[in-house]
Design a binder for this molecule. Structure first.
Ligand SMILES: *Cc1c(COP(=O)(O)O)cnc(C)c1O
Length: 653
């Protein structure tokens, strides 16, 4: 497991200083993972930094305005300016590296469509990438159709990866007639003959690439997409055979691109360096076979520093895009200069690093359970021994004995459970033990927290005593990677940041699945198990932002419990502050029912049969039958998430 370095940096804020919005930015790590894109403004709200000291976009106010338009939370907000910023970072990094190395090939990156296929995102990417000759990468037939229909720049490239059949190949070949530089990447030995047969049949010369299996690998959750046993790519012997086949079929001049991909979220720059050396050698050796390679495609993998720790930890990256660009250009120019080869055009397929930052998920805390609970007054005499015991433990907790007190409290609770199961303890007495046990844990945790080193047996207390904030969203729909691979996303309140947050909390979603929780949070040093939040105030909404969710989450999200797509808003800054360019409601209930093959008529007919039966039996009045039918009908068109009650009321009984 990669380790984070111990905390080297001193905290900028002195704990005795007054709490300011800057303290909040520091506490939640906004300064680190926010990349200068997000800040906390004087109102204590999260804001998108405006250009040149402009006020930028106040996210809390934006959320309010989205709701005032009648759209419900949860909402995914896409910031076009952030996407533009990420394009600049990537292209400027490579431009700088190429200048410094006197690099003579071009930079022709592609955006891998699988990372976020939503039409508006693709449209933004094509618009922003146009002047930069940024192309597209497709890994399936649907993605191919997006690429050939949307890309308009004849200098950009389209890279076709993934499993291919004749339909896939034909479409790519015919699209060359539109002026596309479309490369079919050979990922499997059999694809050589397939592509050549189709090219001959259609009379269209293909542009070919070949994907190699590097033994160098990425690392972490995505490791298996590279290495000797990866699903894709040709090994050395297969490459030699493919080249022979191409030669025999007089197709060698078409093979111009060498492709590799070592995995996503490559957190350690050293792995790129190793892979780059190996890829460079493949390039040199394949050129020696007489293959006229002029392009090198290094795949994706450029990592996002989700936790801001700048380490090789799974949710971080120990390098910047600039360092990556410098290493790529250095390695490629080095191998070519040594071998006397012309510099190839460089393609990379960065997806995550391009789109992760632009999307923010806004959720609302609906209620919370937890640490404010104070135990009821101590029971009067005559109560069970185990109740008296836990009362004594609770009273005696101090800085010297809290670890011992913890063990005693655990024992008392265990005894109470056994006594209850054997019928020797009543419900009220068990409740008395449990509430005091929880209270004891909180006191003990308060003592433990100030230790430099927290003993193992007390380490779980932080989590155990945390408040649970129930939030109106589904982990499975909106941040599936948090559930699937424990990926960390930065989470923080979007407002009230002038108040010091004092409630250690975890988040729970509204699915009926106990895995629907967020209980791991970004931290500079390790993973933190609770997030400090503000106490909820009655009648006042509390908004939380889940940041950097623009890559992979939307399409991997699923319909667990039939919670569907959220509201989506596209926002860009304008001279007047900001503009909501596009806004769309999430899935209606009928939409998600349709995904699982229910139909509106079918649902209605079933309901009608039951209503008629109940009317006949006299169990339902006509008024009630009308109300139920109407409610049913309205609900089919309603959002799948909980209605906050603030949106225009749709129906009153
Ligand atoms: C998934 C994938 C990418 C994108 O990787 P990121 O880590 O998101 O940059 C690029 N190329 C190929 C072949 C892929 O499978």
């Amino acid at each position: 497991m990669p380790q984070k370095r111990p905390r080297l940096q001193q905290r900028k804020t002195n704990p005795f200083d007054a709490w300011t919005p800057a303290s909040a930015a520091e506490l939640y790590g906004l300064d680190r993972w926010g990349q200068g894109i997000f800040t906390v403004n004087d109102a204590g709200h999260v804001a998108l930094a405006g250009p040149d000291g402009n006020p930028g976009i106040d996210v809390k106010n934006l959320v309010k305005e989205i709701q005032m338009r009648g759209f419900e939370l949860p909402a995914l907000i896409r910031f076009t300016d952030v996407l533009a910023h990420r394009f600049r970072v990537l292209h400027e990094s490579f431009a700088k590296a190429m200048r410094e190395h006197d690099y003579r090939g071009a930079f022709r990156p592609v955006y891998p469509i699988k990372v976020n296929q939503h039409r508006h995102v693709i449209e933004d990417i094509v618009a922003l990438g146009g002047p930069l000759h940024h192309g597209l990468e497709a890994g399936s037939k649907p993605e191919l159709l997006i690429a050939v229909s949307h890309l308009g720049d004849p200098d950009a490239v389209i890279i076709c990866n993934g499993f291919k059949d004749a339909e896939y190949v034909d479409t790519a070949l015919l699209s060359r007639r539109l002026g596309h530089n479309i490369f079919l990447v050979i990922e499997k030995p059999f694809e050589v003959d397939l592509i050549l047969d189709r090219a001959r049949a259609l009379g269209i010369a293909p542009l070919l690439g070949v994907r190699i299996k590097l033994s160098a690998r990425g690392r972490g959750a995505w490791e298996s997409s590279s290495g000797d046993r990866s699903k894709f790519g040709l090994d050395c012997q297969e490459i030699i055979q493919a080249v022979q086949t191409l030669k025999r079929r007089k197709a060698l001049p078409w093979l111009q691109l060498l492709h590799c991909h070592i995995g996503s979220q490559v957190t350690d720059i050293q792995r790129f360096k190793t892979a780059l050396r190996e890829a460079g050698s493949f390039f040199r050796e394949i050129r020696k076979l007489g293959v006229p390679l002029t392009r090198l495609d290094l795949g994706g993998g450029l990592a996002v520093d989700y936790d801001g720790s700048k380490t090789n930890f799974a949710s971080s990256a120990n390098y910047t895009p600039q360092e990556y660009a410098a290493d790529v250009v250095d390695a490629v120019s080095h191998v070519c200069n040594e071998a006397g080869l012309p510099h190839p055009d460089i393609t990379i397929e960065s997806g995550r690093a391009l789109v992760a930052h632009h999307a923010l998920l806004v959720i609302e805390a609906l209620s919370c359970t937890g640490p404010d609970e104070t135990p009821p007054p101590p029971p009067r005499n005559g109560v069970h021994e185990v109740v008296r015991r836990i009362c004594d433990i609770l009273e005696g907790i101090g800085p010297k004995n809290f670890q011992e007190a913890f063990h005693d409290a655990l024992q008392a609770r265990q005894d109470a459970l056994v006594l209850f199961s054997h019928g020797h303890l009543g419900l009220a007495e068990r409740a008395a033990v449990e509430t005091r046990f929880r209270h004891a844990c909180r006191l003990i945790n308060r003592h433990a927290r100030v230790l430099d080193y927290v003993p193992d047996d007390l380490a779980g207390l932080e989590r155990m005593t945390a408040a649970t904030y129930f939030c109106n969203f589904s982990v499975f729909q909106s941040i599936p990677d948090h559930w699937a691979i424990r990926q960390l996303f930065p989470v923080m309140p979007l407002h009230r940041l002038r108040e010091k947050p004092a409630v250690p909390a975890i988040l729970a979603d509204i699915t009926c699945d106990s895995d629907g929780v967020v209980d791991q949070f970004v931290d500079l040093r390790d993973v933190r198990h609770t997030l400090p939040l503000h106490p909820l105030r009655r009648g006042e909404p509390y908004y939380l932002g889940v940041f950097l969710v623009g890559a992979y989450q939307e399409i991997l999200g699923d319909l667990h419990n039939l919670f569907g797509d959220t509201t989506v808003a596209h926002v860009s800054s304008s001279s007047a502050g900001y503009a909501i360019d596009k806004i769309a409601r999430g899935d209606a209930i009928m939409d998600v029912l349709g995904y699982v093959q229910f139909t509106r008529d079918g649902m209605f007919n079933r309901l009608r049969e039951r209503v008629e039966g109940a009317l006949k039996r006299g169990d339902l009045s006509f008024e009630e039958s009308a109300a139920l039918t109407r409610r049913f009908e309205l609900l089919l068109d309603a959002d799948t998430y909980l209605n906050s009650g603030r949106a225009p009321v749709k129906f009153e009984l």
